[in-house]
Structure formats: C-alpha cells, structure tokens
Design a protein around this ligand. Structure first.
Ligand code: GLA
Length: 391
C-alpha cells in the first residue's frame, strides 16, 4: 500500500508543487455478481467493491480556484469558486472527464472558503464497466464531507453521486454502483434492495472461488442512449401495468407467476424487458441462497441464465460477448459467466474455481486473440472495502 501512496502523492506534488498537506482517499470500482438492469426497477442486486481504485489526493490553495488533474487524462479542469454554480461552467464541464468531481463539488452544497487542488490516480480501468464514474464521484463527495467534518449517511452520498450522473452526465443510471462503492466490505458481496435502499452483507469465500473479468474492449457509441432507452421501456411497461390494475410501484414487485397475465397486456418489446427484469430479480434471491450454502455449481448456472436473458430478452449483449460467455462455459472449473454492467460491450464476469484460474485466463486469451487478433485485458478481482480515507 505504501508504494501506491508514495506514487499518488508524488503525482500530486508534480502538478501542485506549492501544496503542503494533502489528504488521500481511495475509492474502489465494483463488480456486479448478479442482478443486471434491475436496480432502476426496484429489484435486488448483488454487487461488491473490488481491489482496483481511484485515488484522490486533495490540498487547499489560496487562489479561489478548484482544479482537477488526472494521471490518466491529459486535459485538466479549472473552475473559480465564484463560478462553480454557473450554467456556463456546467455546460463547459459536460463533456470533460472532470464533469464527475465537478458535479460532486456542486451538488455537495459545500460553501468553499478556499480553493482546492484535486489530483486523481487510477488503477481502475476506465470504460470497462467497473464503474469508474461512480467511483470518482462517490470518492469526491466522501472526501469533501470528510475534509469539512460533515457527517452524512452513506445512502445520501450514493444518492447525490447518482444525481451527478443524471444531471451532469445525462445517464439515468440506477443506484447499484454508488451503493456498492460506498458500502463495500472485504470478502463480502452486498445484497441491496434498490427499492428500500436496505442492504446486508453476504460473505464470499474467495479461497475457493474467484471472479474474473474479461474486457471485450468494445465501447459502443450508443451505450448511454441505449441504456436510457431500456429504462424508458421499463417505465412504459410499469405505467401500462398500473393502468391495467396492477398495484405495483416497480416492475420487480411482480412475480414470475404474474408473467402469464402480463404477456396479454404488454406489447412484445416491453414484455421481453419485463420478463428479464422479473426473472433476474428472482435469480438474485436464488443465487444468494445457493452461494450461502456453498452450492457453487447451482449458483453458477444462474449466471449463465442471467446472461441468456440479458442477450435474448433485454437485448443488451453483442456477438463477441455472447461468444466469450460460451468459451467460458466450455472451460473446466468455470461455474458461470455472463455479461456484466450496462452492456453493448464492456466486460464479462466469470465465477471460476481457484484451481482453474490460470487455465481459464490462458484459454480465454487464446480464443480471444484468434477471433479479435488482440490480447484482451483480464482482471482477477478480490473483494475489498468501500471508499475510505487512507492518509
Ligand atoms: C450501469 C448502471 C447501473 C446498472 C447497470 C446495469 O452500470 O450504472 O446502475 O443499471 O448498468 O445493471
């Protein structure tokens, strides 16, 4: 840990040579074991914080300016405190990487009495579906409250970070990523009820099973608009069902048994989305039961079913990802595999027996190279604590 701290502080000093004291925070990325596209439908999801982080270093300045620099981006951001809330500044930030920490500064509603220099250093891959945007936003909010000695519930930080995505980046995401990142706990997944925001921890025995991400390297240009489209389809389905007399608040209030009736009410596309949502929510509960009883095989089968549903009913997969899941299913020691996150690219997550990790990694890399003519990024993830101050 100390070497990464030294690196991050050295990076900060390089940009801000006048800085004296700096505070250092670590904000993780997340995996989602199961429960995809149901965190905006009131479902239960099972994410976990991981061992890849965005480090946030902050020092005060007397210039009345908030600055954002990153080891991973060339462009730097700069906003005078007096202009923090101006529409022009917001419009200017909208397409920059620093829109997230900037949005966090605005929505925190903190009255800045001096300028701040922020530097970010990431070991979390950007654009791979491990929620780097939620990580940087949650981390910035956590750091701001911590530096100002403000006590705030983790749930409220998560909601503010979600609002940054909605209002500043234009993505109407759910609440899973933010809740996982702020509440992460070593060797535990988070069983989160996205309707009530209540959660409990479910231990994951990482001495027998590992979660491995394989990055397809595909960044779909329609990713964000397609995500918002899916959300609208679900909203339309909900409205239609309510009009038809269903006493529900969210699609996930429906049960698998309701689907027979629902099929006669909804148009085909809305029905397919609803079918995925209801079954996926059901699978999350099943998975939690199986994993707690060490029925790894049965738990893994649910991951394959989740993928099938994301591909056929929710239609957020792509042929490359479908193939990656199929390759995984042929490898001995793999319990399950599926598309992770919003879809249209990003990563697969595979649940692999510890003894099979090396074989899995080698085999997938070979098959991927053959199809794509490039080596994929593969990440073995351990489950770690959530956002915290480290110095
Ligand atoms: C993205 C969003 C999450 C969630 C997933 C799909 O990661 O940020 O809120 O909706 O997609 O499960």
């Amino acid at each position: 840990m100390s070497s990464i701290i030294d690196t991050v502080i050295a990076h900060h000093r390089e940009y801000f040579p006048r800085s004296t004291d700096c505070a250092l925070f670590a904000s993780p990325g997340r995996i989602n074991i199961i429960g995809e596209h149901i965190d905006y439908n009131g479902g239960n999801v099972l994410p976990a914080a991981i061992d890849k982080h965005i480090y946030i270093c902050i020092s005060r300045n007397n210039d009345g300016i908030i600055r954002f620099v990153s080891a991973n981006h060339k462009e730097t951001g700069e906003v005078a405190i007096n202009n923090l809330h101006s529409p022009q500044t917001k419009a200017h930030a909208a397409h920059a990487w620093w829109v997230y920490p900037y949005g966090a500064c605005v929505l925190s509603n903190i009255e800045f009495d001096c300028g701040l220099d922020f530097s970010f250093y990431s070991t979390l891959p950007v654009g791979a579906g491990m929620s780097s945007s939620a990580s940087i936003t949650v981390g910035t909010l956590y750091a701001l409250y911590s530096l100002n000695n403000i006590t705030i519930k983790s749930k409220d930080i998560a909601l503010q970070a979600q609002k940054v995505e909605w209002d500043f980046a234009g993505v109407k995401c759910g609440i899973m990523d933010q809740m996982a990142i702020i509440n992460g706990k070593k060797d535990n997944a988070i069983m989160l009820n996205t309707q009530t925001m209540e959660f409990s921890y479910i231990p994951v025995d990482t001495s027998t099973v590992r979660f491995i991400l394989v990055n397809s390297g595909v960044k779909h240009s329609l990713r964000e608009s397609a995500y918002n489209d899916r959300r609208h389809e679900c909203e339309r389905a909900l409205l239609t069902l309510k009009k038809a007399g269903f006493a529900i608040q969210n699609l996930c209030d429906c049960s698998v048994d309701d689907l027979i009736q629902i099929q006669n009410i909804l148009p085909q596309t809305e029905y397919k989305r609803t079918y995925h949502v209801i079954y996926e929510n059901h699978r999350v509960h099943q998975f939690a039961r199986e994993i707690q009883q060490y029925n790894l095989k049965k738990a893994g089968e649910l991951l394959y079913k989740s993928h099938q549903s994301l591909s056929v009913y929710y239609e957020v997969s792509i042929p490359l990802i479908d193939e990656m899941v199929e390759w995984a299913s042929d490898i001995d020691g793999v319990y399950g595999s599926r598309l992770m996150g919003g879809g249209f690219g990003g990563c697969t997550i595979s649940m692999v027996a510890l003894y099979a990790v090396e074989h899995f990694t080698r085999t997938i890399a070979q098959k991927f190279k053959k199809r794509e003519n490039r080596i994929p990024q593969i990440y073995e993830c351990s489950i770690e604590d959530g956002t915290r101050r480290i110095e």
